[in-house]
Design a binder for this molecule. Structure first.
Ligand SMILES: Cc1cc2nc3c(=O)[nH]c(=O)nc-3n(C[C@H](O)[C@H](O)[C@H](O)COP(=O)(O)O)c2cc1C
Length: 235
């Protein structure tokens, strides 16, 4: 009898534990907790999610022609980008090209995918959610001018700010290693922006001369670094 009671107790505890675990893992994350199914690097709450149209894959510029035209263009027009173009630009910047494997258009050291991509426009600041291919608004209003004192940031309709999220780089024990890999990974993203712009006849400039403190404050970045910013516009 004692044995039966003991066995029932063990079963109850084990089964109960499994159920509790399942509850834990099935718990849907709140939208403020995750973007791309991962923790965001910002302490800001998501105001609203705005889906993007499917990225168009129809740009028929051969790679070598895009490379031939790749250049820095600082003379950008104010004109808004069509949303279809913004959609393709963001997919080319940091989208998933193998969603089923969780892999992207850019490589990253030990696949840590540490970047958060912020999009500054006249209407607000958005975090790019590549898994949903959507924009999550995190700040209302026009904050383009705080990115940098370089004047093209106030003119370009869109600026992409690349933020390395150090929460996803804990595997690098040395700060020098973390910084090296964050900078290297950012270079691939930046070059994708340049190549997309070259093939879509848009202008852009990679900028390291940015107001990091102001950006971190605005975006609630506690453990990361705004590495580069790219204003993008018609030329
Ligand atoms: C990491 C990096 C940081 C840069 N920062 C700035 C910047 O803050 N402002 C700027 O006007 N250009 C900046 N540039 C653009 C370079 O000045 C430009 O790439 C260089 O003059 C070569 O011109 P090209 O891109 O047309 O070949 C930067 C480029 C890189 C790669």
């Amino acid at each position: 009898m004692k044995r039966i009671i003991l066995l029932s107790l063990v079963l109850l505890l084990t089964f109960g534990g499994v159920q509790a675990q399942a509850k834990k893992t099935n718990k849907a994350p709140k939208s403020t907790e995750s973007v791309d199914g991962r923790t965001t690097g910002t302490t800001l709450k998501i105001i609203e999610d705005i889906p993007l149209p499917e990225p168009q894959m129809g740009l028929d510029t051969p790679l070598q022609i895009a490379l031939k035209h790749r250049q820095t263009i600082r003379d950008l027009r104010e004109e808004e980008l069509p949303v279809e173009m913004l959609s393709s630009l963001l997919w080319s910047t940091y989208g998933f090209n193998r969603l089923e494997e969780g892999k992207r258009v850019v490589p990253s050291a030990v696949n840590c995918q540490e970047y958060d991509i912020y999009v500054f426009t006249r209407q607000g600041v958005y975090l790019y959610d590549a898994k949903k291919h959507a924009l999550s608004k995190v700040v209302e209003g026009d904050n383009r001018a705080i990115i940098s004192n370089q004047k093209f940031f106030s003119i370009a309709p869109v600026s992409i700010v690349l933020v390395a999220n150090y929460d996803r780089m804990k595997m690098f024990k040395e700060t020098a290693d973390r910084d090296f890999y964050a900078a290297t990974d950012g270079g691939y993203i930046s070059q994708n922006i340049y190549l997309f712009c070259a093939s879509a006849e848009l202008g852009t400039v990679a900028c390291g001369g940015i107001n990091r403190e102001s950006i971190h404050k605005l975006l609630g970045i506690k453990n990361g670094r705004a590495m580069l910013a790219h204003p993008v516009g018609m030329k």
